[in-house]
Design a protein around this ligand. Structure first.
Ligand code: SF4
Length: 118
């Protein structure tokens, strides 16, 4: 029996923008910024592996995922642990370059949604 089909993993809580309609974008620009420790991300990946997880893995939530300099390696980790999962995320695109995009795809990213927020 499947426990769940989709998992969101917010690896940090910052964003490059402060969209007026976004409570978290407004409030997460201060010193309370946090990151999810490497060990905890690895533990989540190990647990998904034990579940033979084949659903969607999104290493983001209410944040800008590309602000995390570990993102390529995070994608690579989840791809290695869950080879049949669909790894995708949404980004506002502020930090996206062709090189980063290609690196993420090579690491195992399946889908990237670029939002047009202003
Ligand atoms: S880009 Fe997304 S997470 Fe960032 S402030 Fe805007 S709505 Fe919020």
């Amino acid at each position: 029996m499947k426990l769940f089909n989709i998992i969101y993993i917010e690896t940090h809580n910052r964003c490059t923008r402060r969209c007026w309609f976004c409570k978290f974008g407004q409030e997460r620009q201060d010193s309370s910024s946090r990151i999810l420790e490497d060990g905890l991300i690895e533990k989540i990946a190990d647990n998904l592996h034990k579940l033979n997880f084949r659903g969607r893995i999104t290493p983001a939530e209410t944040n800008e995922p590309l602000l995390d300099p570990r993102m390529v390696e995070i994608i690579r980790l989840f791809r290695a642990k869950c080879p049949e999962a669909f790894i995708s995320m949404a980004s506002n695109g502020d930090l996206l370059t062709e090189e980063l995009f290609r690196s993420m795809v090579a690491a195992g990213l399946d889908g990237l949604c670029l939002t047009l927020l202003r």
